[in-house]
Structure formats: structure tokens, C-alpha cells
Design a protein. Structure first.
Ligand code: NCD
Ligand code: ZN
Length: 364
């Protein structure tokens, strides 16, 4: 079986900075990717619109230039969101939107994930001038939707977790206060979030990663497969089932690919584990595996259409750019995911880190 699809867009990924960026971008190009939304949680963060990089922050302009020079020039789209910090003002948003450089902003819960220390509480932003300016200018808000500063036991248990709390308490308030704000609920992991997005107006969409469609907390814990450790953490079977329903519902327009591929040269350390799964080189294969596990036959017209919608069409439509006219192909065949050698050190892709093979293979 062969799948021929338009080249797809990864609407949430991490390309980092420095010597390894070219390797990460190449891994994306090698997996049929036509463009990306490159996250601004660099060090320092992407916290300004234009001008040269400074010690306290990159600008969207300077970081985009860095990525283009490392290979992103050939992408059909490159979106770098602005990292929302205490320094972000309504004026920055308006000027950024007028300049054409600012298309999206990223909300990080303070200390909620890798390089999220510049984020601020959602409560400090709701009703404020920054969100008002974004609403007026049509700038998309990309949200890492987890309640910040919870204690260990409250971060996750069987009844609730940081994400369900955020979607039950913060999101309704955000939508009510900013009814026109365009929102992408990023890397959603729970039934609560999936149902929230499905019921929300059409200007609210969501990305879902391959790991959250494929795996659960059980996969992570059995054998402590730390390459599967990312934030938000993989959840329970009912959550995975709800995510699978979301992406395989006929005609759905809200859910699209965003891998959250996040390379770490050091995952496990003496005092913990870096959050982030690397799926460069293998994301469409993993997504295809997830769709099949969800019961779809990708050789059928219906299965093919649903997969294409999620991987290649919905994201561009939501962000307002054309789907790719180029194509790529995958075939049903087992394949391995080798270590990615980079100048910064080797990166372990998720399937290799979990000791798993892919059941799809990328074709040249
Ligand atoms: C990301 C990273 O490593 O930059 N990690 C992750 O677990 N997903 C940050 C993020 O998007 O949360
Ligand atoms: Zn991310």
C-alpha cells in the first residue's frame, strides 16, 4: 500500500538554535514537511518583532533569518510566534501585525515546560490589552494549556490534571472575555480538552502530537521509557480514545498536525528528565500508525481523506495559507528510526527510544 499526500505542515515544532538547527530542519524536510511553526522557547526567547538578536531576546525577524539560513528557506511557510512575556505590550502586537512579521503569539504557563520561565499566568493576560490587540489584529494565540504552579499530586491524578483544570476553568473565561480571539489549543492530551475544542466556535482549533494519539501513561511508566516524557505528559486510555475520535470524525476542520517535536541532546539527568519527544523524520509515519490504531483503513477513500485533512489541509486552512501543491509518498513497510547525528550530539527519535519499529516507510 502506498499513500500519496500533499506535503504537510508541522504547526508546532522546535528547531532550537545554533549548530544543530540544520539537522533538525533537514529531518523535517526528509519527512515530506512543507513548512512549520517554529516555537519561540529559545534561549533567550523570541520576545521582540524585529531587529538583531540581543542578549535578552531574539526577534521574530532575526530568528526566522537564522532558521532560513539553516535550511528553512525552502519551506513554503515559516511561522515564528512571539513568546508572550511581561514585556509584551499592545503596541508591540499592533506594530508586529502591521509589519506582517507577527502572525501568532505563544502562551507558556510560567515554568510549565522546557524554557517556559518567561511565561506569565493566564489570569494576568485575560481581559488585558495584549489579548485585546491580538483580537483586533487577528493574531493567533497558541496556548500551552496547563494550569501552572500545581503541586505534584495535583499536577496529575485520576480525577483531574493540569490540562483538564485549565480547560474547565481558564478556557471558558478566555473565550467569554475575548470572543473573537483566534486560538490554537496546542498539543492537547485529554478528553476534556478535545471535547472543549470540538464544542468551541470555529476560530478555536487544536494541534495533536503523534505521541498523544499513540501512547498512554502506561507506555511511559512500564520500563520508564523516558524518551516518551514530554509536557503535557501522555494521559489515559479514555483521553487517547477521545483524541482519536476528534481526528477521525468525518469532515472535522479543527484538529491538525503539530508534532511538538522537541530535540534534547540530554534527556535523562541525575535529577530528572528533560521534557520533549523528538519525532523529526518519523512524524507522518507515526500519525499513520495512530490513524490505523484508531480503526481507519488508509487505503480506503474515506480513511485517506480523513488522514489528509488532519495532516495536510486543516492546519493551512486554520492559519490562512494554501495547502501544498507538492506531494510526498509513504509505503506500508516496516522501517527503523536511526539516531539523528547532529553537531550538538546525537538525538534519539521517539520510536527508537521506546524500542519500537515504524510500520510505514517514507519514500524518496
Ligand atoms: C518542549 C521543548 O522541549 O521545548 N517540550 C515538551 O515537552 N513538549 C516545550 C513544549 O512545547 O512544551
Ligand atoms: Zn512544544
Amino acid at each position: 500500500m502506498t499513500l500519496t499526500l500533499p506535503r504537510w505542515f508541522d504547526l508546532h515544532t522546535h528547531f532550537r538554535q545554533g549548530s544543530a538547527v540544520a539537522s533538525y530542519i533537514k529531518a523535517h524536510l526528509d519527512m515530506g514537511c512543507a513548512g512549520a511553526l517554529a516555537m519561540p522557547n529559545t534561549q533567550p526567547p523570541v520576545s521582540r518583532i524585529s531587529g538583531a538578536a540581543e542578549t535578552d531576546g531574539w526577534s521574530i525577524e532575526s530568528y526566522s533569518t537564522e532558521l532560513r539560513a539553516a535550511g528553512a528557506e525552502v519551506f513554503e511557510q515559516l511561522i515564528v510566534p512571539l513568546y508572550l512575556t511581561r514585556q509584551t505590550t499592545a503596541e508591540i502586537i499592533r506594530e508586529g501585525a502591521v509589519s506582517g512579521l507577527l502572525r501568532a503569539c505563544k502562551y507558556y504557563p510560567p515554568h510549565g515546560t522546557t524554557n517556559a520561565e518567561h511565561g506569565l499566568p493566564m489570569d494576568d493576560l485575560i481581559g488585558g490589552e495584549v489579548f485585546q490587540a491580538m483580537e483586533e489584529c487577528g493574531v493567533i494565540l497558541c496556548i500551552h494549556g496547563e494550569q501552572h504552579a500545581l503541586s505534584g499530586p495535583d499536577y496529575i491524578d485520576a480525577q483531574q490534571n493540569a490540562e483538564t483544570l485549565f480547560y474547565k476553568e481558564r478556557m471558558p473565561q478566555l473565550l467569554a472575555t475575548h470572543p473573537k480571539l483566534r486560538i490554537v489549543c496546542e498539543h492537547i492530551t485529554t478528553r476534556v480538552a478535545a471535547e472543549f475544542v470540538a464544542a468551541a466556535p470555529n476560530h478555536v482549533g487544536a494541534t495533536i502530537t503523534p505521541q498523544h494519539l499513540l501512547y498512554t501513561l502506561g507506555h511511559l511508566i512500564r520500563g520508564l521509557k523516558y524518551h516518551l516524557y514530554c509536557l503535557p505528559i501522555v494521559k489515559f486510555q479514555e483521553d487517547r480514545a477521545a483524541l482519536r475520535v476528534a481526528v477521525t470524525t468525518t469532515g472535522q476542520t479543527k484538529f491538525f498536525a503539530g508534532t511538538d517535536s522537541a530535540p534534547h541532546t540530554t534527556k535523562a539527568t541525575a535529577c530528572g528528565c528533560a521534557a520533549g519527544c523528538f519525532t523529526g523524520g518519523c512524524a507522518p509515519q507515526l500519525y499513520a500508525m495512530a490513524f490505523e490504531e484508531a480503526g481507519l483503513d488508509l487505503s480506503s477513500a474515506e480513511g485517506h481523506a480523513l488522514f489528509e485533512r488532519f495532516l495536510c489541509l486543516n492546519g493551512p486552512a486554520f492559519y490562512g495559507f494554501p495547502a501544498s501543491a507538492q506531494r510526498f509518498q509513504m509505503e506500508k513497510a516496516t522501517s527503523q528510526t536511526p539516531l539523528l547525528e547532529t553537531p550538538a550530539g546525537p538525538i534519539t527519535p521517539l520510536p527508537l527510544g521506546m524500542g519500537l519499529e515504524l510500520t510505514w516507510r517514507m519514500m524518496e
